[in-house]
Design a protein around this ligand. Structure first.
Ligand SMILES: [Zn+2]
Length: 445
């Protein structure tokens, strides 16, 4: 057994076997043992007792747009990773687009890693991008450590990251399946989007009509068909349309290798409550009706939806014009995902074990982050310590995001992150952050 340097003690520790009083022994940055609550503290180790605060495994957010370098006025590794740490997230995976360059070649990956290296307050890994013209780059990128590849099936919003048509998707997917990689997909069908009514203005119902459920359902159906045919691993990003759930459940039951995520905004905000012109609520696919949200929660409860990740995708405030048709689409929530989800989950009768599964264990498994996602011996000593009963009102001024535009402003949420721990080091202590101690992660093997 390695030397134990730290014992973290709580009456409520969330382990894979359930919640119990425990003392977590930490040495060399890893969890050495999960001991009984009353266990004697080994000689030379320091005890940190967090009382009745709940110790969760550090959250893993596999869907973050950091935009660094290139669009650092939108976000950046310094601010994004500070926001993550403040929100109990200890690992993020950066999306390949909105930065310049996008992560579509090994050379571009190295540029992004250099930029992130000195700024990372939490661990940072990278997704690669699959474009119409970079099939030859996919295998080298995988070898260089990306966790998989993102593609769009409809326009991405930035010119340097074009979408794939169905033939191009098949080509890229076949290449990726050849090394058993993972394709993560923004699934909205461009033909359904083109056929939908496009009205400009500040009325949310018009925007919602321009991004119909059918666009998602059709794209997901096509993706499942391709995954089945090629025995490829695919992941549906940011599921909004609950109509697609039966399709996905049937594919999973049949053995198609498909996983699914949804996001805090789809699970806690509804179309009915979006004020006119409030484009801080705009994202694609869009936030839908309350009944749709109920069905998404059922999908989480029955396992059709695997995980919850932020899709944090900020811009500067000036791009959030009051016209839903032209405003930048993206919702900022990196720092708020845990309390937002916990507030809704508890209302719907779910426990923090469920939240830990959706926001830590499942995303870690999705990306193959074997040292993350659980409080058990051998894993990294990454923890989010939460006072689940405490409530606070979201004040944008208190956010670490570079742009403090958020759809959650003024909402009262339950769950205050009192401390965050990365490999046994406390990186957040009651609102105070340390300097950057994160590492750059690369997919092993
Ligand atoms: Zn995204």
């Amino acid at each position: 057994m390695p030397d134990v340097q730290l014992v973290l003690r709580s009456t409520r520790v969330i382990t894979p076997e359930g919640t119990r009083p425990a003392s977590i022994a930490v040495g060399g940055g890893s969890i050495v043992a999960v001991l009984p609550y009353e266990a004697e503290v080994p000689a030379g180790a320091r005890l940190e007792d967090v009382g009745d605060d709940v110790v969760l495994p550090g959250l893993v957010d596999t869907h973050v747009h950091v935009n660094d370098p290139g669009r650092t006025e939108w976000e950046g590794f310094w601010t994004a990773t500070r926001a993550a740490a403040a929100g109990g997230i200890t690992t993020i995976l950066d999306m390949p687009l909105n930065s310049l360059p996008p992560t579509t070649t090994v050379e571009h990956l190295r540029v992004k890693q250099e930029v992130a290296r000195t700024k990372a307050h939490v661990d940072v890994g990278f997704w690669g991008g699959a474009l119409p013209d970079n099939v030859k780059d996919l295998r080298p990128l995988y070898g260089a450590g990306v966790y998989g590849f993102k593609c769009f099936l409809s326009p991405s919003g930035v010119d340097e990251f074009p979408e794939l048509d169905q033939d191009q998707l098949a080509t890229s997917l076949a290449e990726i399946a050849g090394f058993d990689g993972l394709m993560i997909v923004h699934a909205e069908d461009p033909h359904h989007l083109a056929a939908a009514p496009q009205r400009s203005g500040g009325t949310y119902a018009d925007f919602l009509a321009s991004r119909p459920r059918d666009a998602e359902n059709t794209a997901i159906g096509n993706l499942i068909a391709q995954a089945r045919r090629l025995n490829a691993r695919v992941h549906v990003l940011h599921l909004s349309s609950s109509d697609a759930l039966p399709l996905i459940a049937a594919a999973k039951a049949e053995g198609v290798r498909v996983t699914v995520e949804s996001c805090p905004h789809f699970l806690t905000l509804t179309a009915e409550e979006v004020p006119d012109g409030a484009t801080e609520f705009k994202c694609c696919p869009p936030i839908r009706e309350a009944a749709n949200q109920d069905a998404l929660w059922e999908g989480l409860a029955d396992g059709t939806i695997d995980c919850i990740v932020s899709d944090h995708s900020p811009s500067t405030a000036d791009l959030k014009t009051p016209d839903f048709a032209t405003a930048w689409g993206g919702i900022s929530s990196l720092q708020l995902g845990l309390p937002a989800i916990w507030t809704e989950a508890r209302r719907r009768g779910h426990g923090l074990e469920d939240v830990a599964r959706w926001m830590s264990a499942a995303p870690a498994r999705l990306a193959g982050l074997d040292s993350k996602g659980a409080i058990e011996p051998g894993r990294d000593a990454d923890f989010a310590v939460l006072d689940p009963e405490a409530a606070f009102t979201v004040d944008p001024a208190g956010l670490e995001h570079r742009n403090r535009v958020t759809a959650y402003a003024g909402r009262t949420l339950h769950g205050v992150v009192t401390s965050t721990w990365l490999r046994g080091e406390r990186i957040l202590d009651h609102g105070t952050l340390t300097g950057p101690m994160g590492r750059l992660l690369e997919r092993n093997g």
